[in-house]
Design a protein. Structure first.
Length: 116
């Protein structure tokens, strides 16, 4: 089992920045990738960014060049730095851990609202 706890969401104006954090614990040696997903009201949950154990990263097209995913193994924490935020980035953001057996673990989610 893997436990994930997100923090760092909130309200920000368009053009602003936020950094999300996800602290993970438990059976972390069985994780092949960590990621962030988001879900807006009435929409499906979509991948935002992913970082694999070797350091490779993957970003959804709408956030490329604006968001950066990183991982601090010493702190067992994954970050999502979000810059140049847009109203369409408004969603609940979920931290995800993908196991070596392709089991998904999820955090409880953190709300990000981009509005004037």
């Amino acid at each position: 089992q893997v436990q994930l706890v997100e923090s760092g969401g909130g309200l920000v104006q368009p053009g602003g920045s936020l950094r999300l954090s996800c602290a993970f614990s438990g059976s972390i040696f069985g994780i092949r990738a960590m990621g962030w997903y988001r879900q807006a009201p009435g929409k499906q949950r979509d991948l935002v960014a992913q970082i694999f154990n070797g350091g490779n990263t993957n970003y959804a097209d709408p956030v490329k060049g604006r968001f950066t995913i990183s991982r601090d193994n010493a702190k067992n924490t994954v970050y999502l730095q979000m810059n140049s935020l847009k109203p369409e980035d408004t969603a609940v953001y979920y931290c995800n851990a993908l196991s070596n057996y392709y089991t998904n673990y999820w955090g409880q989610g953190t709300q990000v609202t981009v509005s004037l």
